[in-house]
Ligand binder design. Structure first.
Ligand code: ATP
Ligand code: MG
Length: 445
């Protein structure tokens, strides 16, 4: 009798990443070194989340790490960081030598690092919840800084003296907000006092680093909590001052008479899907900014922020397209069908409708304009929304027109007629065009 074997399910990517991170710890230990999981992955495990990546801390110096593992990339050898590449699908693990950071010169980065002990490595980290180690072989949590206690009490606390920790690296001001929002933590009073006092100094941080934090806050489900904290702690005033124009301006939303435009914006952010694109989240964040109160509109506010924070062009373009077309879809039944069809055929239309839905739902207003467009997209009565045009340059030449600026206008008008249903096949289109050209030609002579 053949043995009945259940096919074993293939390990998931998450399982493979974890297994590889265990293997890296084993490899270092077999070579005679200490090795522990460190930082964010330990926090995530204690919360019950699956870590997105694993960091390993070790007493092995970077050169040693590169000898022990076959596939490595030195990512920051002066900081003691080496990336170890796993087998296909198992990700990569950052291995960092235990270190203490030397004096911070400019509120941005340490002047030097000294390789040291796990205790010292814990105390150079930013917040207690991020400062723990985990031994994946024994299952033991190694906690020198009271991170477990703070996590259990729902507290975000700077390690050591909050003011000096923020002074060393001012990006920590923004990271505090991101972690507090993401994990629903209160900020411990001394940490909060230092944060508020130092918020204006976040300007020394490189735009790209701030932008990266902002992105991570905005695409996370906790985005509205994060934006609220940025505003309340005075960080928005420095990073995205354009948003201040929303505060205290009545939103005139019947269902939410107490809401100003800022509260309304936060409600819209909450109504976005779990993992919106950064473009969609940015558009939602700025959509209420109004030229009437600020002198600049939402698109310009976005452009200012994108310039200041050096956002990528694709991010800026996506958000700006959504903002520019937002108004149009408020009354889709009252715009020409040709225009509606062209808009519905744009690649950003899905997100535009998602944004409209979030805006309407936040105001508890009907969403039939969204439903109307969605129905249109689902069952477009007269063929595809953006059919191939029936009229091209050759047809125009055959009708006796010479290539030039009017060419494009006639092509557009013929396409509008096609989309509107004024003409229903290519022959009709040619006939219609010929009549139009003749009529306008004789009118202008
Ligand atoms: P995430 O899940 O968002 O990546 P994380 O905690 O892993 O969170 P990282 O930015 O990947 O955050 O950093 C890894 C660890 O390095 C942190 O947990 C923290 O211990 C330490 N760290 C990162 N940035 C700083 C900083 N600016 N100052 C001090 N320690 C930091
Ligand atoms: Mg991380």
């Amino acid at each position: 009798m053949g043995e009945e074997t259940q096919p074993r399910p293939l390990p998931t990517v998450q399982e493979r990443r974890r297994a590889f991170a265990v293997q890296v710890v084993r490899g270092l230990r077999e070579a005679g070194h200490q090795a522990l999981w460190a930082g964010g992955c330990v926090r995530d495990l204690l919360i019950g989340l699956t870590p997105s990546d694993y960091d390993v801390a070790t007493d092995a110096p970077p050169e040693r790490v590169m000898q022990i593992f076959r596939r490595t990339v030195p990512v920051g050898v002066s900081f003691g960081v080496v990336k170890v590449i796993g087998p296909r699908g198992a990700g990569e693990v950052e291995v960092a030598t235990f270190r203490s950071d030397g004096a911070y010169i400019d509120g941005r980065r340490p002047e030097s690092v000294v390789f040291s002990s796990p205790e010292e490595d814990a105390s150079r980290r930013d917040f207690t919840i991020n400062g723990m180690f985990f031994d994946p072989i024994s299952g033991e949590v190694i906690d020198y800084i009271g991170g477990k206690h703070d996590l259990d009490s729902g507290l975000l606390r700077a390690i050591g003296n909050p003011a000096s920790r923020f002074a060393e690296d001012k990006l920590r001001l923004v990271r505090a907000v991101r972690f507090a929002a993401r994990f629903g933590l209160r900020i411990e009073p001394a940490t909060e006092a230092a944060l508020v006092a130092m918020a204006p100094e976040v300007t020394v941080v490189a735009a790209e680093r701030i932008a990266q934090e902002l992105r991570r806050m905005l695409v996370h489900p906790s985005r509205s909590a994060a934006m609220r904290l940025l505003m309340d702690f005075g960080l928005a005033a420095v990073i995205v001052p354009e948003l201040l124009s929303l505060v205290g301006v009545p939103a005139h939303v019947a269902a939410r008479p107490e809401h100003d435009l800022w509260e309304q914006t936060l409600a819209v952010l909450d109504g976005l899907p779990h993992d919106p694109s950064i473009g969609l989240a940015l558009a939602a964040l700025f959509h209420e900014i109004d030229r009437a109160t600020t002198g600049y509109g939402a698109v310009e506010a976005l452009n200012r922020v994108a310039d200041r924070l050096k956002l990528a062009n694709v991010e800026r373009d996506a958000a700006s397209w959504l903002l520019a077309h937002h108004e149009t879809l408020n009354a889709p039944r009252s715009i020409p069908v040709s225009r509606l069809k062209r808009l519905l055929a744009e690649p950003g239309i899905g997100e535009l409708l998602v944004m409209h839905r979030a805006v309407a739902e936040a105001a508890e207003l009907p969403i039939d304009h969204v439903a109307f467009c969605e129905d249109y997209l689902r069952v477009e009565p007269d063929g595809p929304i953006r059919p191939a045009p029936w009229i091209d340059g050759n047809d125009l030449k055959r009708l006796g027109l010479r290539p030039g600026p009017v060419f494009k206008q006639w092509i557009d008008r013929a396409y509008d007629a096609q989309l509107e249903g004024t003409v229903t096949n290519p022959e009709e289109a040619v006939a219609w065009l010929s009549r139009q050209i003749e009529a306008e030609g004789s009118a202008s002579t």
